[in-house]
Design a protein around this ligand. Structure first.
Ligand code: SF4
Length: 215
């Protein structure tokens, strides 16, 4: 995909959705961090359902420690891998209290040192809570970047680097939300809705899905 097409792609994303946001519900950086940590291999809808009950009871690291691991599990047991996640949430809260005064750190190294927090989670928190132009490449972004030709790459690290290089600066802050939403609702994994896609004429994907009968 050439630079003019890339630019036009983001102009269209912005026109359709000027202020894209994560679908995870949160009100503080800590709530976002825990929601992202819980969302690995789970849906945002499932995580929101759990955190809507959990956060009124515990939405600070100290409150989470006071709640305790066993009690935390009762709130998140509908989420996949909840036992491991409960352990990680507790260890993370302990580190936040002991090393960061109960606050979520803003820098990548400190975030990635937290149990259960990898590069992707750190990128989401840095971008969404602190406004850094990072690119958290998840399965949706990886697929969209490759299919469209926007930033093709064999693994998420290559795609992340290419997106950081190729996405025009003015769109970088919001790009990851637009690409996730596009992958989730239009450029779907099994059957992309190409007939319904605003990027159709810009996209390099050769096997575009034809419109179903009657559309
Ligand atoms: S045209 Fe199809 S493959 Fe290309 S971005 Fe749209 S939905 Fe995805």
């Amino acid at each position: 995909m050439n630079p003019a097409k890339r630019y036009e792609m983001f102009v269209r994303f912005r026109a359709a959705n000027p202020k894209p946001e994560t679908e995870l519900e949160y009100t503080t950086p800590f709530e976002l961090l825990i929601a992202v940590l819980l969302s690995a291999q789970a849906t945002d809808v499932g995580v929101n359902k759990a955190t809507r009950k959990l956060y009124p009871v515990a939405n600070t690291p100290q409150a989470m420690l006071d709640l305790g691991e066993e009690e935390l599990k009762t709130y998140i047991q509908t989420i996949g891998l909840y036992k491991t996640k409960a352990k990680n949430v507790m260890s993370t809260c302990r580190m936040l209290v002991e090393l960061h005064g109960g606050e979520v750190p803003r820098d990548r190294a400190s975030l990635e040192a937290l149990p259960g927090v990898g590069r992707k989670t750190a990128n989401v928190v840095m971008n969404t809570a602190f406004g850094e132009p990072t690119m958290a490449v998840d399965t949706h972004i990886f697929r969209v970047a490759n299919r469209t030709g926007l930033a093709p790459g064999k693994n998420v690290d290559i795609v992340e680097q290419k997106l950081l290089k190729f996405v025009p600066k003015e769109f970088l802050q919001d790009a990851h939300h637009w690409l996730i939403l596009h992958g989730r609702y239009t450029c779907k994994a099994r059957k992309p809705e190409c007939w319904n896609c605003m990027q159709r004429d810009l996209c390099d994907y050769r096997s575009k899905t034809p419109a179903p009968d009657g559309v």
